[in-house]
Design a protein around this ligand. Structure first.
Ligand code: ZN
Length: 406
């Protein structure tokens, strides 16, 4: 992969310089537009070091000066603020893909985690074994159609449920798709020609909360993903935990109190079997509430006054809340982020989750610690992009490439 990084930064192994660049970029992410003096105060670096880093980061196309923000009648030498080079100012973009069960979604996202283009890709009629053969070319077309002329792409982040090994770019196991040891990163790289990073979607959302979300997340964070698959991620002191072979976060078979739903594992009352979109929408179709098993249709039906739809969504929210209460007691995180369709659209379902969680938890009586993702509905695209953006913010001098539009 080619790069515009200055040779000294790449060859010297100068760890301090790289750490300083990361501190400056992070200060600009959190507080930009911000004057160099402000960056020095926030990062604890000398003004000279900040100036040097700003020059390097500007050369890499990651930050820019914003002279239009200088006050016209300022006293003394004006301080020109620095900000990230976002999509609207010609900054680099990241392609993201979330591969779900009924469909995938593609996006282009800038350095601030703002989605600038998106496209849905349904999986209707595509056997799971052939899915990557369809998703890869469609993603490549989306990237080619939506990247501005001369625009820079930093790579592709692919987020997916199940057991994912980011080191090898492999989906170790995804039961709903029937994937085992699936080399997803290699397949998407072959189709797009771009560097590809892969991670579990629950971990990727957790990482996006650390990078772009609420400050409390950086102390400790639990993220619970409730979709067709149900999984979780834990982050402590700003680090997402993966564990041996990246197996952490498998809560699919956590027992839900009072649930008697049969699970494919042979037991009853498992979390995924009880609360997944698959089960929820199957029940809604069986009852004639919605014509197709799509959770969005069920939320829409409830919103226009269908009480049966509302009751099913509340029942699920209640079960999610009970499971959240168990996890709160075990982990006591500062913040619990829940990715679940109804609660991200209608606050009343978040309230249902909160009250069930607080009623069952012993260590938490503050419902405000349970929230929906800061990014709102584009959460999965922001998460997919974060798989590429997080290494960039950790080490901008090494990670920032100059990959042009394919
Ligand atoms: Zn089970």
């Amino acid at each position: 992969m080619s790069s515009t990084a200055p040779p000294a930064a790449r060859a010297s192994g100068d760890g301090r310089r790289e750490a300083n660049a990361a501190s400056v970029l992070r200060a600009v992410l959190d507080h930009g537009p911000v004057a160099r003096s402000g960056i020095a105060r926030l990062s604890g670096l000398s003004p000279a070091a900040v100036s040097r880093q700003c020059t390097d980061l500007a050369r890499l196309g990651l930050v820019r000066e914003v002279p239009e923000l200088v006050a016209a009648s300022g006293v003394g030498r004006p301080q020109i603020p620095v900000d990230l080079r976002t999509g609207s100012s010609g900054g680099p973009l990241v392609a993201g893909v979330h591969i779900g069960v009924p469909g995938s979604v593609f996006g282009l996202t800038d350095l601030r985690g703002t989605v600038v283009a998106r496209q849905e890709f349904g999986h209707d009629g595509i056997p799971p074994a052939e899915l990557a053969d369809h998703v890869g070319p469609a993603l490549a077309r989306f990237i080619a159609d939506n990247t501005p002329d001369g625009g820079r792409l930093l790579g592709v982040g692919a987020a997916i449920g199940g057991w994912v090994d980011p080191e090898t770019g492999t989906v170790v196991r995804h039961d709903a798709l029937g994937w085992h040891q699936h080399p997803l990163a290699a397949e998407l790289h072959r189709r797009t020609g771009l560097p590809v990073r892969v991670d579990n979607h629950a971990r990727a959302v957790a990482q996006s909360e650390l990078l772009f979300g609420r400050p409390a997340a950086r102390r400790s964070l639990l993220h619970l993903f409730v979709g067709n698959v149900v999984d979780a991620a834990l982050a402590i002191a700003g680090v997402v935990h993966s564990g041996p072979r990246s197996g952490a976060g498998d809560v699919a078979h956590l027992p839900v109190p009072d649930s008697t739903v049969a699970c494919p594992c042979g037991r009853t009352g498992c979390l995924e079997a009880t609360v997944s979109d698959t089960r929820l929408t199957r029940r809604a179709v069986e009852r004639g509430i919605i014509p197709e098993p799509l959770v969005g249709l069920l939320v829409d039906a409830a919103a226009v006054g269908d009480r049966r739809a509302d009751a099913l969504l509340r029942e699920r929210a209640h079960a999610v809340g009970r499971a959240t209460g168990l996890l709160l007691d075990v982990l006591n995180p500062d913040l619990v982020v829940i990715t679940e369709t109804s609660s991200s659209i209608q606050p009343e379902y978040l309230d249902e989750i909160r009250s069930a969680a607080i009623a069952h938890a012993h260590v938490c009586d503050d419902p405000g610690r349970i929230v929906v993702p800061h990014a709102g509905p584009p959460v999965l695209l922001v998460a997919a992009a974060t798989i590429v953006l997080n290494p960039l913010f950790k080490n901008p001098l090494q990670a920032a490439p100059a990959t042009r539009r394919p």
